[in-house]
Design a protein around this ligand. Structure first.
Ligand code: FES
Length: 103
């Protein structure tokens, strides 16, 4: 069964930015958009094992730092080669100023 778990304070993520979040042996990337929304995906690029929290957020996309592949971080859709496998996404929300994701 999925659980909501705390990631960080909302203010800890800059607007149009991403942070790394680890839980057990899993790793995630948690994003803040420009409209006050939060989003979560698997942390590692589906091309190679590179963490997307080191990548660049632009609008609703994340660009991988290694080969510049891109995903839509809201839908997980792979947008630009060399990535061709979509990224898994997770529900994210803000409660009392705390970002939570459901995993
Ligand atoms: S590792 Fe992400 S595009 Fe290659």
């Amino acid at each position: 069964m999925a659980d909501w778990i705390e990631v960080c304070e909302f203010d800890d993520i800059d607007e149009e930015d991403v942070v790394r979040f680890d839980a057990g042996d899993r790793t995630f990337a948690v994003y803040r958009d420009t409209d006050g929304g939060v989003w979560a995906t698997d942390g590692l690029c589906t091309h190679e094992m590179v963490h997307l929290a080191d990548g660049l957020v632009m609008d609703d996309t994340i660009e991988c730092p290694k080969h510049n592949g891109r995903f839509n971080y809201q839908t997980g859709e792979a947008l630009r080669a060399p990535v061709c496998v979509n990224l898994k996404t997770y529900p994210a929300r803000i409660r009392d100023g705390i970002v939570e994701i459901e995993i």
